[in-house]
Design a protein. Structure first.
Length: 270
């Protein structure tokens, strides 16, 4: 009986270790495109890390890489984008030439023996992870189809802007630079919160679509007590807003913006 219990304990510990490994970025060292050795701990010097596994023979992977490079350029001060190729050692030079010819901005690492991809149970590529500054894996995605890059960016912004304050927001994105809705619906003040004279700030991450309507809406900074319902009120209103389309080179584009919603009780003198 003791032997059976020991075996079961060992299996439980083994399964627990595997589950834990899936939720944290493993420690590893791989060679980069310049021939230098990069340790995974060096990648955690910012608020988030995107890790993407790819190979030169993988068509969906190559379609995703330009968007990953764009994310590195857009969020260079807040995140590291790391693309790890699992091409075999004999194809390393081809993969290196491919990345250099495209002038991608992300960090390129080589995992020809699949030592790191195996640690993360990568069986299909592209396989993408978002890791927060504590090394915790907070998002996973498999494959690539057009439009996946918008979901990836939204999830990244949840991490890098988590719990940002109004003051911090204004320091990064001055109010005068925020797009103003041409159609604005005032968020409904939750009745119970109003009666109790509770005030708060909610910060939303809003996706403005090509036609100026609002697509995805995420909560970045919430009320300490979600039971008051400020978040739902802010999101419900924001989904009805309409903005002037955002133009880049005379072409309407999607754009995500952080938008503050202030719930304030107005006092009137009698």
């Amino acid at each position: 009986m003791k032997k059976i219990i020991s075996i079961m304990t060992f299996i439980f510990l083994l399964m627990s270790s595997a589950a834990f490994a899936l939720d944290t970025m493993p420690n590893f060292t791989l060679e980069d495109i310049n021939g230098d050795q990069v340790n995974s701990e060096e990648l955690l010097n910012k608020k988030a890390v995107i890790i993407d596994f790819w190979a030169k023979w993988c068509t969906p992977c190559k379609k995703a890489l330009p968007h990953l490079s764009d994310l590195q350029e857009e969020y260079a001060n807040l995140a590291n984008v790391v693309c790890i190729t699992i091409d075999k050692a004999r194809d390393k030079d081809k993969a290196k030439s491919f990345v250099k010819s495209k002038r991608y901005d992300f960090i390129t690492l080589f995992d020809p023996n699949k030592s790191v991809s195996d640690m993360l149970n990568v069986s299909t590529i592209p396989r993408t992870f978002i890791v927060n500054g504590n090394g915790e894996i907070v998002f996973k995605h498999e494959g690539y189809t057009q439009g996946d890059e918008y979901e990836l960016e939204a999830e990244l912004r949840k991490v890098i802007y988590k719990d940002i304050t109004i003051k911090e927001l204004e320091g990064i994105f001055p109010p005068e630079e925020l797009p103003e809705p041409t159609t604005y619906i005032i968020p409904k003040y939750p009745e119970k919160a109003h009666d109790e004279e509770i005030q708060t700030d909610i910060i939303l991450d809003i996706e403005i679509l090509e036609d100026g309507t609002v697509g995805d809406v995420n909560i970045i900074s919430a009320c300490k007590d979600p039971a008051h319902g400020f978040e739902n009120a802010a999101v419900d209103a924001a989904r009805q807003w309409i903005f002037k389309p955002i133009m880049v080179d005379n072409v309407a584009v999607k754009r995500r913006v952080l938008y503050p919603v202030r719930f304030r009780i107005e006092k009137y003198e009698r």
